[in-house]
Write a protein that binds this ligand. Sequence first.
Ligand SMILES: *Cc1c(COP(=O)(O)O)cnc(C)c1O
Length: 433
Amino acid sequence: MKKISENLGNNNGRLTIGGVDAVALAEKYGTPLYVMDEDLMASTAKAYTEAIEKAYGKGNGMILYASKAFCCLESCRFAKRNGLGLDVVSGGELYTALKAGFPVEKIYFHGNNKTKAELKMAMENGVGRVVVDNVTELENLGAAAAEARKTAKILFRIKPGIDAHTHNYVRTGAIDSKFGFALENGEAFEAAARAKEMKNIEIIGVHCHIGSQIFDIEPFEDAAEVMLRFMAEIKNKLGVTVKELNLGGGYGIKYVDGNDPVPYGDYIAKISVRVRKVCEKLGLSLPFILMEPGRSLVGPAGVTLYTIGGVKEIKGIRNYVSVDGGMTDNPRYALYKSDYTVVLADRVGEKPAGKYTVAGRCCESGDLIQEDVPLPEPKAGEILAVLATGAYNYSMAMNYNRVPRAPVVGLSGGVDRLWIKRESYDDLIKNDI
Ligand SMILES: *Cc1c(COP(=O)(O)O)cnc(C)c1O
């Protein structure tokens, strides 16, 4: 397995991203700075698209980019350019996609509590699919569709009863999830029966998403089988043929050495074997297959650059290295104790001098990026890089302590281009009255 450091460009000990010198980028744009390697994003998109075509045949499947991982105009344009569909989970993500000129029929609207206003917005703009989470939403959607004189094309969000958050997954743990309809208690079937009777609703498919940062293939295969059995039940008992099977996202990425992601093509190929087998057994024709990678499309492509401020060595206790960002640009360690790889951008590969805890600048003891990472002795003013920050960093960024959000720079063909400007102090007060 390749080490994460081998994925890095390293020019005489200086970190390069997409062929561009990281320190030079930090000097040009300032820090903190998010950098996205768009060429890597595009090659991942291509790998997914080719794998799904190979597994199911051209035109029988589609990759949707789960935009919550990183959502801005440029990420929507990226998805469009690369032939992907798009998941959105809010009016704000939908608005961004519409403003980016994303083809509306390829937008899938998710979420466990879409408001009436969001459903109206979806119907008026002709969103391709709404993934219905609960009965209240189904009724509200029916009303919104009627008012817009449209038919809502829906998928049902199903809890397949497979909990894949851990290596030793259990099959029954997911009924307590807040997302979607359970199968065990019949609520999914009842919802389908109700939807069949509704005038402005057309049942197109079923959807599941079993978790995130999953490295096993088997839970996905099992989920597909459970979903196909439900499709057969609806067909046999209600006479409704469901055309789309959406298997969600959750494919794991390498944050640190020791994370060993399965090549995305292997996932898709292996799952397709089970899908075909089960379809044959149940007498179903092969559905249109959708997959929704988020993290894996953008995560590995991102690097965050910071400038080091103070370094505190508390003898025998702990060493701190403070950076000019923190939980405001990457709240994931504070939220989930997520793993990250940290390097000094001008001394990659140099022997570590000790272990350092990377601290942010917020007035919170928990504002840490990572604890006890081996680093050469860091110096004030040096550029520190955190790797694989392309997913759930910018999209989770916040203004705590009135810290302006960091800008995003995209790299393509060795050329840097600003995607999102740095927030200004005026931006911070623009809604204050
Ligand atoms: C979050 C989410 C995804 C993407 O998950 P990743 O772990 O980022 O791949 C896909 N589908 C749905 C419905 C989600 O909620």
